[in-house]
Write a protein that binds this ligand. Structure first.
Ligand code: NAD
Length: 509
């Protein structure tokens, strides 16, 4: 272990009472303008104040990225990735304290925060191979004396807008690949947990990234509108809720920017009667309630097929009641608080709604209390049985520790159920039959499929993305799709005649 990782979090440079922006390689605070609170959800108290960028800060960040682009894009890819190799070492050095920053503002357990950093680190490692990934194709002699080849060139200034639930991993899905491809980047992280992304940018500078190549601009919806209005931004990657994803995709397209916008989810896990019940129950519990259900790949619908239903609901209820809820920093805690008081209220309103809609609340987490943390944003695990596809608690994304069970008679109706849902991020089946698994995998309409794997998040060298209203745009994020998104193709045809042409001019095609 590196010696610096033993330093306490309190003395880590990422801890700030006032949080500003990172522009041109410098951390800066605003003299005036709007701001907002940042909370520690485990105690329910404000711990910092965040500057919300106005037009001058947005312009300064985009200007700094635009000014850095010519030199950075001209640097040969093998030299660019040397900075990424050094960055990887610094991320490893600071991993536990970066995890501390995440837990402090998001609420998830330290283990979970470390896990998301690991997934982000894997994208940095993938981006270290960019010289290979940028190789184009070459065709010798496409016509007499003519050769042709393709190359991928960077786009310019790219923008990333990211959600609260993965304050490190989701930004790292974007900027390492964009920057390795030769672009410069402006990141607008979530206003709910901004400290870790800001620190990630500072560490990239420490690794040797030239000033202006990565900028972080904090703020809310208005800041995003200012950013989208800047014509120097060539491409936008967005991850967040579906209504905002749809808006950003349309707005970016209207302004002639390349865009990819990943939205919300309602991921189903189908339990067949032949499934290993104990494994399915463990998988469901971890994926539904891990990170308090605030994961885009959380399972929020259990589809119980035939006779699987009664034993499944019984075993799930036992597990849900046994979860240990408390601050994410405390050892042994399974589930931390929700991110904000207002998000907790929203999730509570869905529990009321489910009762009104006639679903059966088998486990009620509303009375959860955590000793010594009376004001934390905690909510216990909730389990609804006998939920129907017409209910809003089935159709809408709740994004909290609420699992709903829908009972269906057979695999065909299970697949039809998943396919009729508006979202198509992930879909999972638990079965011991290869035939059933294959039928499901081939026919299910979702971008990421799990077979006896509860959270089928693709590794960095594959691409991440959903179908239907979970993704707007043709390309998934990271992996080879990420390289395609952050570059544009140029195809060259070349002839070197030995002497100047003397024949008649041809107008043929
Ligand atoms: P959100 O949509 O509220 O916010 C995401 C980002 O957009 C933030 O940076 C926010 O400041 C900005 N924003 C919010 N409203 C805006 C508006 N009207 N105009 C412009 N910008 C706006 O999402 P969230 O609550 O931070 O995150 C949770 C959501 O993200 C869930 O729906 C979850 O499913 C989704 N998510 C999806 C994926 C995926 O890969 N598909 C991954 C993580 C999270």
């Amino acid at each position: 272990m590196h010696s610096s990782s033993r330093q306490p979090l309190e003395s880590y440079p990422g801890i700030r009472l006032r949080i500003g922006h990172y522009i041109g390689g410098k951390t800066m605070l605003q003299q005036e303008g709007r701001n907002g609170p940042v909370y520690d959800p485990s105690i329910g108290q404000q711990i910092a104040q965040l500057d919300f960028a106005g037009v001058p800060e947005v312009q300064a960040a985009v200007q700094s990225a635009a000014a850095a682009f010519p030199a950075w894009s001209e640097l040969p890819p093998p030299q660019r990735v040397r900075v990424l190799f050094r960055y990887r070492e610094l991320l490893l050095r600071d991993q536990s304290r970066l995890a501390g920053l995440i837990t402090r503002e998001h609420g998830k357990t330290l283990a979970d925060a470390g896990g998301e950093l690991q997934r982000g680190l894997e994208v940095v490692e993938f981006a270290c191979g960019i010289p290979h990934l940028l190789k184009g194709g070459y065709s010798d002699r496409v016509a007499s004396g003519v050769d042709s080849w393709s190359l991928r060139q960077p786009l310019g200034v790219c923008l990333g807008i990211t959600p609260f639930n993965f304050p490190a991993m989701v930004p790292m899905w974007m900027y390492p690949i964009a920057i390795a491809c030769g672009n410069t980047f402006v990141l607008k992280p979530s206003e709910k947990d901004p400290s870790c992304p800001l620190r990630l940018a500072e560490l990239f500078s420490e690794a040797g990234l030239p000033d202006g190549v990565l900028n972080v601009i904090n703020g809310d919806q208005r800041t995003v509108e200012y950013l989208l209005g800047d014509e120097r931004i060539a491409a936008v990657s967005f991850v967040g809720s579906t209504p905002v994803a749809e808006h950003i995709y349309a707005e970016a397209g209207r302004r002639g920017k390349r865009a990819q916008a990943l939205g919300g989810a309602k991921n189903h896990l189908v339990v067949m009667p032949d499934a290993d019940l104990a494994r399915a129950v463990d998988a469901l519990t971890g994926s539904a309630y891990g990170s308090a259900g605030e994961r885009c790949m959380a399972i929020s619908v259990a589809v119980a097929v035939g006779q699987a239903a009664d034993p499944l609901v019984k075993a799930l209820a036992v597990k849900a009641r046994s979860l240990h809820i408390g601050p994410g920093t405390q050892p042994g805690v399974d589930m931390g608080p929700l991110v904000t008081a207002s998000h907790r209220e929203r999730v509570l309103s869905y529990i009321d709604l489910g009762l009104k809609e006639g679903a059966q609340l088998v486990v009620d987490g509303r009375e959860c209390r955590v000793d010594g943390h009376a004001h934390g944003f905690y909510l216990g695990a909730c389990l609804f049985d006998r939920v129907t596809p017409a209910m809003r608690i089935y159709r809408e994304e709740i994004f909290g520790p609420v699992l709903v069970v829908v009972r269906v008679p057979d695999i065909d109706s299970a697949i039809a159920l998943v396919n009729q849902h508006a979202y198509g991020n992930g879909a999972v089946i638990f079965t011991t039959s290869g035939n059933t698994a294959n039928l499901f995998m081939r026919n299910v309409q979702a971008g990421m499929v799990g077979i006896n794997v509860p959270i089928p998040v693709p590794m960095a060298f594959h691409s991440f993305g959903g179908w239907k209203r979970s993704l707007f745009g043709p390309l998934h994020i990271h992996g080879t799709d990420g390289v395609r998104f952050y570059t544009r193709l140029k195809t060259v045809s070349q002839r070197w005649p030995e002497a100047s042409g003397q024949g008649p001019v041809s107008l043929g095609f």
